[in-house]
Design a protein around this ligand. Structure first.
Ligand code: DO4
Ligand code: MG
Length: 291
């Protein structure tokens, strides 16, 4: 089931997409997260039963034709974690940019993965919203990443498309600047929807494509398959939950493998499109934050 948050005549609604219709199961109440929690809890934390409950509600709900322009961030206020250097390409790119040679080689093959807190729930953007380049960065890139929605015990409930926008110059200067390179206003986006796990038979076999448009032309294009990821989602989930407290739903970006050439940096006016098989297309324009 594909679950969307969208503007409707009633307000901001939450519900599934079927046959080109968005079903307003929350009846214009912006209660998507609560609705999902309560459906998940009532279903005994079983995703298939949860989608059954939502389907029952859907049949009694008003509906509106799908409109990409009406989409909002599918879940709001979530803590977002991110894994790093989970693909060979990411390791190579970081080793090139950093002045601290060797650390990315070591983390790639270490038993413990790199995990960092990307957002506490206030900086992430939804479909169509502006993503940002820091005012003090001259080398920034989008990072297209399969993003997992976990429950509080790190069981996967769904997937979405994530963009871990990053300042390569700031992280390259010193890896201790990672939080500044990664966490700032508009430094991530997710969407267009949450796809429940029952609709994605193998998250380790999904095509990811990214296009960056500049003046309506393709300035960069790249592709990867999640089968190239070095670590499994279960492995990342195990470290995420270890000695940690997770909210009822928490997101995890699983790392990037599509890195534009070193001379490329995002510019104001660019549009980033990220598509993941079985999930959908996330499109965001880019702005540069003012000094
Ligand atoms: O160590 C830096 C972060 C790496 C990252 O975000 C990625 O590999 O996607
Ligand atoms: Mg990343």
């Amino acid at each position: 089931m594909k679950l969307f948050r969208f503007r409707s005549k009633e307000g901001v609604s939450f519900g599934p997409l079927e046959d080109g219709w968005l079903y307003d199961v929350s009846r214009g109440e912006d209660s998507g997260l609560e609705d999902l929690h309560s459906a998940y809890a009532s279903a005994g934390r079983d995703v298939r039963s949860m989608t059954g409950l939502i389907r029952d509600a859907m049949n009694k709900s008003p509906r509106t034709p799908y409109d990409e322009g009406a989409l909002e961030i599918p879940l709001q206020g979530m803590e977002i974690w991110a894994a790093g250097v989970t693909y060979l390409r990411s390791r190579e790119a970081r080793e090139t940019e950093t002045k601290s040679k060797g650390i990315y080689d070591r983390i790639y093959s270490a038993q413990r993965p790199e995990l960092f807190l990307k957002d506490t729930g206030i900086r992430c953007r939804g479909p169509g919203q502006d993503i940002c380049v820091r005012s003090d960065s001259s080398w920034s890139v989008p990072e297209p990443e399969l993003t997992v929605v976990f429950d509080e015990e790190a069981n996967a409930v769904g997937y979405t498309v994530g963009n871990d926008v990053s300042s390569r110059d700031i992280e390259g200067e010193n890896p201790l600047y990672l939080p500044q390179a990664k966490v700032y206003r508009g430094s991530s986006a997710i969407g267009p929807c949450i796809v429940t796990v029952d609709e994605v038979p193998d998250p380790h076999s999904l095509a990811i494509n990214m296009r960056i448009l500049r003046d309506r032309r393709v300035a960069f294009e790249g592709a990867v398959n999640t089968s190239q990821m070095k670590r499994s989602i279960n492995e990342l989930a195990g470290f995420l939950r270890r000695d940690n407290e997770l909210r009822r739903f928490t997101l995890l970006m699983t790392g990037t493998s599509i890195v534009p050439p070193d001379e490329f940096t995002l510019e104001a006016g660019d549009v980033v499109e990220i598509e993941i098989e079985n999930i959908g297309l996330l499109r965001n324009p880019v702005v540069k934050l003012p000094q």
